[in-house]
Design a protein around this ligand. Structure first.
Ligand SMILES: Cc1ncc(COP(=O)(O)O)c(C=O)c1O
Length: 304
């Protein structure tokens, strides 16, 4: 089992009496196949092996963390990979450059065609074109993706004797939040930071089959700050400052916004007894190079 480290965070703004904050560094897992993507891929790959497939095919935007992790994973572990990309493929985009470096076959489809990706007919078409492929849903999510995330709390219980009353993660499809919440010890809570606007979080979480007690352990925090993947100078300066303080790279779409939502929540939350909080760094760091490319910013980057 590969285990990422847990370290304590002494961040300006996190000081609150009796509260200690820790961070689980899943951004350091398995090279470019990092964060929740590493965990989400595990059972998809198992299934692909059982079906004796030789190719992993999936879908995503031109800056997709999921396709990035998949291409790297395939490259290192001897899988052919195909990425169906929403919209145009720009060879100057740093994400695209790495997908190509890792020999992912890239196919561009128009945004209107991409919108059909959840339809059976769309999926059947790609399966007919690639009979050797195992198809992974966008983001590596759904129940199979969540299965890998469920192992995260168990890994942490083995790793440390610290007890964490509150866990914090970003929320997009909800697979990460559902996986974590489903294996928390009784009494612990999950603060799930939603980076998309106007979602029905409850039904998204219910789609993972969570029992009512688990559903009740989740508190949603609003973290979209204007909308998914939108440019936000406040998030940018926070990421730069956070990197200067801790040497930890956050990304502007998920983990930077999660950390800001946590800061906001800590300002108003009253704690009646001392508690440990564990923040999950779900990766996404590759996206910083793409963000800098799009917006001419200077977020910290890591090269894989
Ligand atoms: C880095 C990162 N963190 C968090 C998330 C959100 O996870 P989920 O879709 O499981 O809610 C994603 C992608 O979806 C991601 O790429």
């Amino acid at each position: 089992m590969i285990t990422s480290e847990i370290t304590q965070l002494h961040h300006t703004g996190f000081e609150k009496s009796g509260i200690q904050i820790f961070i689980k560094r899943d951004d350091l897992l398995a090279g470019a196949c990092q964060g929740n993507k590493f965990r989400k891929l595990k059972y998809h790959v198992k299934r692909a092996e059982e079906l004796r497939k030789v190719r992993l095919l999936s879908f995503g935007g031109a800056f997709s963390n999921h396709l990035y992790a998949l291409a790297y994973y395939g490259h290192v572990n001897g899988w052919k990979t195909t990425g169906i990309i929403r919209g145009e493929i720009d060879d100057r985009n740093p994400t695209i450059k790495d997908l190509k470096r890792w020999n992912m076959e890239l196919i561009s489809v128009s945004r209107s065609v991409y919108r059909l990706r959840h339809k059976t007919t769309f999926q059947e078409k790609w399966q007919q074109l690639y009979p050797d492929a195992y198809m992974i849903p966008e983001g590596g999510s759904q129940v199979t993706g969540m299965q890998g995330i469920r192992e995260l709390p168990l890994e942490i219980y083995d790793q440390t004797t610290q007890d964490f009353a509150i866990w914090v993660c970003p929320f997009a499809t909800g697979a990460t939040a559902a996986g974590i919440a489903s294996n928390l010890r009784a009494g612990s809570r999950l603060w799930a930071c939603s980076v998309l606007k106007g979602l029905d979080h409850k039904s998204m979480l219910q789609s993972f089959g969570l029992p009512p007690m688990v559903m009740e352990s989740i508190t949603m925090l609003e973290a979209h700050l204007g909308g998914f993947a939108r440019r936000n100078p406040h998030v940018e300066s926070f990421i730069i400052d956070f990197y200067q303080q801790h040497g930890i790279i956050l990304d502007p779409v998920y983990t930077g916004k999660m950390m800001l939502a946590l800061l906001q929540k800590l300002r108003t939350e009253e704690f009646s007894n001392p508690q440990n909080i564990l923040v999950i760094h779900t990766g996404g760091v590759q996206g910083n190079a793409g963000y800098n490319f799009r917006f001419n910013t200077s977020l910290p980057t890591r090269h894989f």
